[in-house]
Design a protein around this ligand. Structure first.
Ligand code: DX5
Ligand code: ZN
Length: 217
């Protein structure tokens, strides 16, 4: 299953609902929602009230990416405001195993994310416990950065591990995904493609149609 997963971090927040509608009308099923706390990453984005508002209008799959220190504190809050999946950073959790269990107990899908410098080895023992691994292909914190080539190998390594164990785990890539890098990450084995500036820069509907076509080919 391949999915384009637009990141609303690059949306025009003055027209957020409208822009999400455009995505839905183009058949996009996943929506990437970047929450930043100004501690795990330098920037602050948005939180529960925004997610709650867009949940009222959208049936999309809400893929919530928590760039937050000790995300365990907020699991129930994000479930309550409409997350379908919660991804936490391996580097942000005091007890990653427990955090993952808590997310599962809360009844939503669970993902674990690793920053560019974190080796696959740090999370490979948990592949049987998660629905998704999010490989950051830029330093988390901002949209519009350049894809870090050294991350491609990590995607390949994960794909091999997942296939070898015959696991049903998505590999999501996030950061710098565009015309020039989509093919690389697809070939490496990723199947969920987050894109912020590529989707929201210019004509959203046209961008989505173009990207969907590239993914299908
Ligand atoms: C960065 C966020 C990304 C970001 C991607 O920390 O996790 O989701 O929005 O933006 P682009 O696609 O512009 O690199
Ligand atoms: Zn993200």
């Amino acid at each position: 299953m391949y999915q384009l997963c637009p990141s609303i971090l690059s949306a025009d927040f003055n027209r957020l609902g409208e822009q999400i509608k455009i995505l839905e009308n183009e058949g996009v099923q996943w929506l990437h929602i970047d929450v930043m706390d100004g501690d795990f990453v330098p920037s602050i984005s948005f939180g529960m009230p925004v997610i709650k508002s867009i949940r009222k209008e959208s049936k999309m799959f809400f893929d919530v990416h928590l760039m937050v220190t000790e995300p365990e504190r907020y699991i129930q809050d994000f479930v309550n405001c409409g997350a379908d999946s919660i991804t936490v950073h391996a580097e942000a959790c005091e007890d990653l195993e427990r955090t993952i269990e808590r997310i599962k107990d809360a009844g939503v899908k669970v993902g674990v994310s690793i920053k560019p410098a974190t080796p696959v080895n740090d999370i490979s023992h948990m592949l049987g416990d998660v629905d998704m691994v999010l490989v950051m292909t830029v330093q988390p914190g901002f949209g519009g950065q350049k894809y870090m080539d050294e991350c491609t190998e990590k995607i390949q390594e994960l794909r091999e591990l997942i296939d070898k164990e015959n696991l049903d785990v998505n590999i999501e890539v996030d950061g710098g995904i565009n015309e020039g890098t989509l093919e690389t990450v697809m070939k490496a084995g990723a199947n969920i493609f987050v894109a912020g500036s590529w989707v929201f820069g210019g004509d959203i509907a046209e961008n989505v149609r173009h990207i969907q076509k590239e993914i299908e080919e």
